[in-house]
Design a protein around this ligand. Sequence first.
Ligand code: CAO
Length: 540
Amino acid sequence: MAKQQVTVPDIGGAEGAEVIELLVAVGDAVEVDQGLCVLESDKASMEIPSSAAGVIVEILVAEGQELAEGAPVAVIDTGAEAEAEPAEPAPADTQPDAAPTAEPAAVPAAAPAATEVASEVVPVPDIGTDDAVELIEIAVSVGDDVSEGDSLVVLESDKASMEVPAPFAGEVVEIRVNEGDQVKQGDELVVLKGAQVVAAPASAPAPAQEEAPAESPAAPAPVAAAVPPATPAVAPAAGGSVYAGPAVRKLAREFGVPLGEVTGTGPRGRVLKEDLHSFVQQRLKAPAAASTSGGAGIPDIPEVDFGQFGEVETTARSKMDKVTASNMQRSWLNVPHVTQYDDADITDLEAFRASMKAEAERRGTKLTPMPFILKACAVALRDNPKFCSSLADGGESLVYKKYMHIGMAVDTPAGLVVPVIRDVDKKSIWELSEEVLAMAAKARDRKLRPVDMQGGCFTVSSLGGIGGTGFTPIVNAPEVGILGVSRADMKPVWNGSEFAPRKMLPLSLSYDHRVINGGDGGRFMSQLVSLLGDIRQIIM
Ligand code: CAO
């Protein structure tokens, strides 16, 4: 029988997505693309699809585990005849007469105990692209002793970033690259001189499952039983270098946090995003402790035992919910918000939309007000470019984005997500309509990838399909503006001689008052109202 290992695909640079749900069990028959488990990162939940049809023979992950791109998820028996395969993919020609094993493991086995490993060049592994990627960090120096799995270098492409781990414990004897180099799969990175591999380090707890020694007779172990995801319990890397992933390093740079001061709580002392958040929160709270009143310190809301007043039920919040909450709070605390309100007269737009209903059905789409609102926003962003900017250099400069990617808040059972519709200014209303539907469906089916939620310049949050006459949206920082759309309703509007029934769409525009002043806000809103009042202007 042929076995295929399913690994985590490109998840758009998300580092450490957590397994929140297993969708299959050993023995289940699965189809290609069927979801095997659900991962949740800071930005999204996503299903990991099966790359093969067959029967699950092993699940290599557990709920709560953090996975990155390339991590093994499950082994599938595809039912196909296995080719006569060599015993092992043999890393080097150094196994003259290795005893044949009954069932080779699906992933490379660990180095055998008590074996001398010779000097070996560590190359760039398969990074999922033929393009060169940037080497952004060398995590070791010549002379460093590293443990297996310690980070040697960090690579970063525009889609993902990854660490290249030491394949075995040893001493770094040569570094063949420099920071900033562009490297490809196979390029030589460092030379490692192998250390004497000892069966079990004295300080490390014995692994839960004893590996059979290499020369033991082929044990008819249950199919590929010993492939736990690699999180060896080893001390942090020697040399005092900070062990953290690229996304964490980037965030630390953005926060201006010296990573060396952050205590890592991840495997092998790795600094996690959560560690960075706690560090920043602690620093924010510190001055409050010293001050008696006022200042930047925010008093905690006391926890109340609600059970004393009646029956209660406590449920755990999803990671996405918690990250959204923290993003909201971060924005709310950092961004001085101003919200400006107006109503757009969409009577004519609604008449036109109604007249297009049959055409929309013919095209297999549904035309809601959203594509028109997105298009009008793109025009207003073009004419009011500050709304398409972000603060940079600690507030010293503004970055103006020349593209018009607009985020659209989508309400899903798993929480609020904001997929980004790219190049709104270049798309037709029909194209936007299809994309709104597709993105909303992807969001609700948890199929959004992190990349689908990146790069937004401005956000639209429409509660029009739900209800309400107005709300104050919170700016999706580092964007500087967000448009809230409420439910359109017929209202009497004075036309100079009488009250006429008009369909009015309530709009609320929140913006970052550090960047946008009232005049900018007023102009943006007036133009939006005018564009939606006469959508012919959208093509001007
Ligand atoms: N006024 C009146 N009716 C409206 C409307 C408005 N402003 N906007 C939409 N509608 C109508 C639509 O035409 C549709 O009517 P029919 O079913 O009769 O055709 C109905 O309401 C449902 O529309 P919709 O919500 O499915 O579609 P949409 O394109 O307007 O919005 C989406 C898509 C994804 C933005 C929306 O479904 C959604 O998730 N909104 C919630 C966003 C949110 O949670 N924001 C708050 C963020 S802060 O917590």
